[in-house]
Design a protein around this ligand. Structure first.
Ligand SMILES: Nc1ncnc2c1ncn2[C@@H]1O[C@H](COP(=O)(O)OP(=O)(O)OP(=O)(O)O)[C@@H](O)[C@H]1O
Ligand SMILES: [Mg+2]
Length: 206
């Protein structure tokens, strides 16, 4: 589904990734692990169209990223993003935050999704009125509202306690079992070890 060919990336003179070759199959749940600064976020950004690699090619279902004309529409149709810091907008409710990703989403659709994530009761609350774990799940709901084919999550459990972290992972796992491709970068080996494919980045190499 996603194929990286000979990817290298440098920030100024700092080499972050070297000659990465990597393929992710549909429905796979892949976790990318490695020390701080090893290149996980850089790799995730490249695989998710957010960053152009210095060299190499990336394909999504055999389409070269470089040939995608309307990248915003492409992302909206195919990709869901979940970050460590959830980036919910503080002056919008959970429902409104989700509608930002899909303005046509009905209240019923949003409720159904929040129900799945166990947070239906917070639909009309503002981010500062709910817990960190609830915020993270709201951010996942926002990533899911467009039914993306792929979800990229960078440290999705980075600021959660172990129970909420497990919960978030269970949700991602369930989604992968339903056919969504999931790629997670994480420091948390105890969570990563539960995933069927682990890729380790060491000094910019796999
Ligand atoms: N925007 C940037 N500008 C310059 N250098 C960067 C930038 N982002 C990352 N780097 C450098 O690239 C290398 C890889 O960073 P990256 O953020 O990909 O690592 P990471 O594995 O995600 O680390 P962490 O676990 O701390 O999130 C590091 O040496 C880092 O300093
Ligand atoms: Mg990172």
């Amino acid at each position: 589904m996603i194929k990286a060919q000979n990817i290298s990336h440098s920030y100024d003179n700092d080499i972050a990734l070297k000659n990465i070759n990597f393929e992710i199959k549909k429905g796979e749940f892949v976790s990318i692990v490695g020390e701080s600064g090893s290149g996980k976020s850089t790799l995730l950004s490249i695989l998710s169209t957010l960053l152009n690699p210095t060299s190499g090619k990336v394909y999504f279902e055999d389409i070269d990223f470089k040939d995608i004309k309307d990248i915003d529409t492409f992302r909206q149709k195919n990709i869901g993003f979940v970050f460590q810091f959830h980036y919910l907008i503080n002056y919008l409710t959970v429902k409104e935050n989700i509608q930002i990703a899909n303005e046509n989403a009905s209240k019923e659709e949003i409720e159904e999704l929040l129900e799945l994530l166990g947070i239906k009761n917070i639909i009309d609350k503002y981010p500062n009125e709910i817990s960190g774990g609830q915020r993270q799940r709201a951010a996942i709901a926002r990533a899911l509202i467009n039914n993306p084919k792929v979800i990229f999550a960078d440290e999705p459990t980075g600021n959660l306690d172990s129970m909420n972290s497990q919960n978030v992972f269970e949700i991602l796992k369930k989604l992968s079992e339903e056919g969504t491709t999931i790629i997670v970068a994480t420091h948390d080996m105890s969570l990563a070890s539960k995933i069927h494919r682990i890729v380790k980045v060491i000094d910019g190499q796999l």
